[in-house]
Design a protein around this ligand. Structure first.
Ligand code: NAP
Length: 481
């Protein structure tokens, strides 16, 4: 079905003007296209940035109470349309409907949380050495912020970027993933219906290769907040980070360490949730299970038993695991299974398409043992439900293997020795660390972001100070005449 009006520029819904056709398929039944439409052109990207720039002064001067009310209204509208949003998300991204409902609910929670920034993202008064001089800092919006997001949390991720940017007085050009444009359009429709001023939010749905560079390098853009793959994030940072603030949150290769004194059942549950939840398509997914050799057999057995009991199916049937999002991800998953087998890893569970599922990008939850840290399967992000079990001899080796990757997003340790746990938090190279918990999952009141190749490490997203990225801080020494 060909659809229209995917672009929202300066308060007007309009069609894409490029020759790129964007085709959304239901990953559970890819023979049926959900929607096709023309993507945005580079000229439309320029118009969107211009509209955002033109709206910037008025929006940055609105009363904080007005911005705060808008975001509360958006939260209420998201909740009121939760089922429609969740079904749209599942149809285009494939995740189980209960996960989609959860993500939509979280988007509403995010808008409420960041609404408060409009009144609280503030500076400090600081004592001055000179009694005649009043010294303080204040914050002002960057101006126009380009927001680029991936498909795996296609309403939550845009929500925390949009809500933070808007509450602090920025205008936005939002470029969602081409895999999940429908949920992006619904979110912007909600902002439109809530009465956002023309030009304050612009939606450009186009291929990254066509509109991406314009949206990030245009001279009227004052900041870029990106979440996605390390290659794309690095490209954006290399192109513009010397001129404007750039926030990039990227891939991961996250370790879960299990020591002999751990609760094995709890560790197995966490490994399953972290590795196979969301079909392994989370930046914080557990992809390496680093297990002490004394408990390796017991833990492997517990993990395999649980993996084989997971239900797989179309997201609308609410299984434990839906399909991969796209043909590209499907191909990549099976490619990495071949790579691991060729490298000498032992396939102990999964590795195939589930029986009787000929169409759809379905894959069994897959577990490899005999994995060594130098193997590609232990180094590269798979972004699918493939778990590598690596045996280690002691805590020191576990930390060394955990850190032996380019990435540094999340990490977890299961142990009952809290001194060891603390040492792990100090020694592991990861931006988010769990003790006796899954590598996935985060709470919006806590900062989120990675280290090393997982992040530019400018400012973290979410949490009490996420506004820092979206604002300039100015320092004033005021001596009254
Ligand atoms: P991706 O291919 O890098 O795409 C991300 C976004 O960048 C999409 O909107 C894409 O548009 C756009 N893009 C592509 N080329 C661009 C360019 N030259 N300039 C500007 N934008 C461009 O990543 P993905 O496959 O969607 O997402 C999966 C990746 O995201 C994984 O690596 C995962 O770890 C990472 N991720 C990280 C986090 C985190 O917080 N650390 C969270 C979630 C996901 P098109 O879709 O049109 O190509």
């Amino acid at each position: 079905m060909t659809d229209t009006n995917f672009q929202y520029i300066d308060g007007e819904w309009t069609d894409g003007e490029s020759t790129d056709e964007i085709a959304v398929r239901n990953p559970a039944a890819p023979a049926e296209p959900v929607v096709t439409f023309d993507g945005a052109s580079r000229a439309q990207a320029v118009r969107a940035v211009t509209a955002a720039d033109d709206a910037s002064e008025e929006w940055s001067n609105t009363a904080p109470s007005e911005r705060d009310s808008l975001l509360y209204d958006v939260a209420d509208r998201i909740e009121a349309r939760q089922e429609e949003l969740a079904e749209t998300l599942t149809r285009e991204e494939g995740k189980p409907i209960s996960s989609s409902r959860g993500e939509v609910g979280r988007a509403a929670e995010i808008f409420r949380f960041f609404a408060g920034y409009a009144r609280s993202a503030t500076g400090d008064t600081i004592p001055s050495n000179d009694p005649d001089t009043f010294t303080y800092t204040f914050r002002e919006p960057l101006g126009v912020v380009t927001i680029v997001t991936p498909w795996n949390f296609p309403i939550a991720t845009p929500s925390w970027k949009l809500a933070t940017a808007l509450s602090t007085g920025n205008t936005v050009v939002f470029k969602p993933s081409s895999e999940t444009p429908m949920i992006a359009r619904l979110l912007v429709q909600i902002l439109d219906e809530a009465g956002v001023l023309d030009g304050v939010v612009n939606l450009v749905v186009g291929a990254g290769s066509t509109v991406g560079d314009e949206l990030t390098t245009n001279e009227r853009v004052d900041g870029v907040s990106f979440t996605g793959s390390t290659d794309t994030g690095q490209h954006i940072a290399d192109t513009v980070a010397d001129r404007i603030p750039v926030q990039t949150e990227m891939g991961g290769k996250n370790p879960l360490v299990v020591l002999p004194d751990a609760d094995i059942d709890a560790a197995a549950e966490a490994a399953i949730g972290g590795a196979f939840g969301g079909t392994g398509q989370a930046c914080t997914a557990t992809s390496r299970l680093l297990v002490h050799e004394d408990i390796a057999d017991e833990l492997t057995e517990a993990v395999v038993e649980r993996a084989e009991s997971l239900t797989i199916g179309p997201g609308m049937e609410d299984p434990d695991m839906g399909p991969a999002v796209s043909a590209g991800e499907d191909e990549s998953n099976f490619h990495y299974i071949d790579v691991a087998a060729d490298e000498g890893a032992t396939l102990v569970s999964g590795g195939d398409r589930p029986a009787e599922m000929e169409s759809g990008y379905f894959i069994e939850p897959t577990v490899f043992t005999d994995v060594h840290s130098e193997m590609r399967i232990a180094q590269e992000e798979v972004f699918g439900p493939v778990l590598s079990i690596i045996e280690v001899g002691d805590f020191e080796e576990a930390v060394s293997v955990a850190n032996d990757v380019d990435f540094g997003l999340s990490a977890s340790i299961f142990t009952s020795d809290m001194a060891r746990a603390r040492a792990f938090t100090e020694q592991v190279e990861a931006g988010v660390i769990k003790v006796n918990g899954t590598t996935t999952g985060s709470q919006i009141q806590l900062p989120f972001g990675g280290m090393k190749a997982s992040s530019a490490e400018t400012q973290k997203e979410m949490g009490q100070r996420a506004y820092e990225f979206y604002t300039h801080e100015k320092v004033v020494y005021r001596t009254d005449p």
